[in-house]
Design a protein around this ligand. Structure first.
Ligand SMILES: [Zn+2]
Length: 261
């Protein structure tokens, strides 16, 4: 995910006008949340965006958190799984004015494969005149879409293979983060992602990292200690199932403190 963000930021910083992005992924719904997070990150007006998008410190992040950001617009397919012309027209109204809070206006479309012909034509006209303060993040399940639209866009392919690789990378980053005593871990965005994930998934990831640390630990005493930590995580999983509210940030910090010794 960080790679996609880097790619987007590079492109929007270097150009006089911003080319629309098409991001293809088979799993469009799983991906949609990630794209939203990227949008929030780009819209954020604080310097320390990593921190801000999690804690909602700036006006932009606050508004985004309540789905009230005046510079953010979504086009989602309707109950019949279609994106229609009137949805594009509403978006054109939204684009008439300059950004209110942020540097850009961002439009997320999920997904362009569901756009009917009339909507596509109207969309094309908008894409023909790219601007320097409008960013399109268009999700597609495959490249089976209007050819001219495809030509106008910068396409980022998320391959299934890469997704597996990403999971592996994510676990490694989490491991570094847990072991890092001075908080200078490099990939802060991944850690932000981690804190945004579902709690069960967060616990699973923590469990996985701790187990792998335990298996690779030669010191018996430390190994035992890691074992205890994994057992505690199992207990947390149980609590979660029983609908107890858990503070994962607190749990993660406790693990971090424990791993210091
Ligand atoms: Zn912010």
């Amino acid at each position: 995910m960080t790679n996609i963000l880097t790619q987007i930021i590079k492109t929007i910083n270097n150009k006089k006008y911003i080319q629309p992005f098409i991001i293809t992924s088979k799993n469009k719904n799983k991906f949609y949340e990630s794209i939203k997070l990227i949008a929030k990150y780009i819209l954020c007006i604080k310097c320390l965006k990593d921190k801000c998008i999690i804690q909602n410190l700036c006006l932009s992040c606050k508004k985004f958190n309540y789905d009230q950001h005046p510079d953010y617009y979504e086009i989602i397919s309707n109950e019949n799984n279609i994106i229609q012309l009137n949805q594009i027209k509403k978006m054109l109204n939204f684009l008439q004015f300059k950004p209110v809070i942020s540097k850009y206006k961002i439009i997320v479309i999920n997904s362009i494969n569901n756009m009917n012909a009339k909507a596509c034509n109207s969309m094309l006209k908008t894409l023909e005149e790219p601007k320097n303060n409008i960013l399109f993040l268009i999700i597609a399940q495959n490249k089976n879409i209007n050819k001219t639209i495809l030509e106008r866009c910068y396409v980022i392919d998320i391959k299934e293979k890469n997704i597996h690789k990403t999971t592996f990378t994510k676990l490694n980053i989490l491991k570094k983060y847990l072991l890092d005593t001075q908080c200078n871990y490099t990939d802060k965005l991944y850690i932000n992602f981690f804190y945004k994930m579902e709690k069960t998934e967060q616990l699973n990831m923590l469990y996985f990292v701790l187990s792998s640390l335990m298996i690779n630990e030669n010191n018996k005493r430390k190994q035992m200690y890691l074992f205890k930590l994994t057992t505690t995580l199992n207990y947390y999983k149980f609590l979660l199932k029983e609908n107890y509210s858990l503070d994962i940030r607190l749990i993660t910090n406790l693990i971090k403190i424990n791993l210091k010794y």
